[in-house]
Design a protein. Structure first.
Length: 289
């Protein structure tokens, strides 16, 4: 019996070493903290997303906005879909091609002025003419400014927010795997889901005022154009997996139409582009991750 005691102690020691080595590469929930590599980090858990705060002294309103944005992320199941359109007769919407996308998340709404202001401060170009208020889309946002916002957001939260690729944007706008193949995002009637030139009274409207689409996403048709990650260019001819667009280009893709354009520009398949340093009164952003 005495000879077995050292062996038992050695086995217990090995188990302890293995447990410690495993936990160094993992996060462990400790209430409002996470434990990593023998250190505690302040954290919050929103739905299935864990936010690890780099700076525990962040103002509470900033933390609240980050949590709000994280909670708005909708999980999109991956799948295969036909991107583009032959039937529109618009050259840059074709050719229709098969696209496979892995699972990702995309926000229910565009970033609002309140959310932008909490992270970046007030925008000097916002005005009553085109719509100003906490729940209005953050507009006059260039591609460059959108990346600055995302980088700052990620530096606070250790999350990986980004702009959606053009394929991710179109798949989500069309309803993903739940798609009913509507012309607009959630309906064949633009007035049910989109603020456009004929119903918007020449200004933006607060987000999520009209009907959502099959995935619970609002305003993917109309209100403001939304930046995508991709350079603008021709579609490929064959099947592609998780495409990110051309490797180079002059302009970046914007999708979705806006309050200042005709309803036809709010179609799920409609494409447009803009110089990355251009901050238009009718352009905002929606996040993915």
């Amino acid at each position: 019996m005495k000879n077995r005691i050292p062996i038992l102690c050695f086995v217990l020691f090995l188990i302890a070493v293995i447990a410690v080595s495993c936990e160094k590469d993992s996060y462990f929930d400790k209430g409002y903290y996470l434990y990593q590599n023998s250190k505690l980090y302040p954290a919050d858990k929103v739905n299935d997303i864990t936010i690890v705060w780099n700076d525990n002294d962040l103002p509470e309103n900033v933390k609240q906005i980050v949590c709000e944005i994280a909670s708005s992320m909708v999980e999109i199941q991956g799948g295969v879909f036909d991107m583009g359109s032959y039937s529109s007769g618009i050259e840059d919407e074709g050719p229709t091609h098969s696209v496979y996308l892995s699972e990702y998340h995309i926000a229910k709404t565009t970033i609002t002025q309140q959310q932008w202001q909490a992270i970046m401060g007030s925008h000097e170009l916002w005005n009553e003419q085109y719509g100003k208020g906490d729940n209005y889309p953050a507009n006059y946002i260039s591609y460059t400014q959108a990346l600055e916002f995302i980088n700052k957001l990620n530096s606070y939260s250790n999350l990986r927010f980004r702009l959606p690729t053009e394929a991710e944007w179109e798949f989500a706008a069309c309803g993903g795997t739940l798609s009913h193949n509507y012309l607009y995002s959630g309906s064949n009637n633009a007035n049910e889901v989109a603020w456009h030139r004929d119903n918007a009274q020449e200004k933006m409207h607060p987000v999520a005022m009209l009907n959502h689409n099959e995935l619970g996403l609002y305003d993917m048709s109309g209100n403001v154009w939304e930046w995508c990650f991709d350079y603008y260019g021709e579609y490929p001819n064959g099947h592609v997996n998780n495409p990110t667009g051309p490797s180079h280009g002059e302009k970046r893709v914007v999708r979705g139409g806006s309050f200042s354009y005709e309803a036809a520009y709010s179609r799920c398949k409609c494409r447009n582009s803009l110089l990355p340093n251009k901050n238009s009164f009718a352009v905002g952003l929606r996040l993915a991750m």
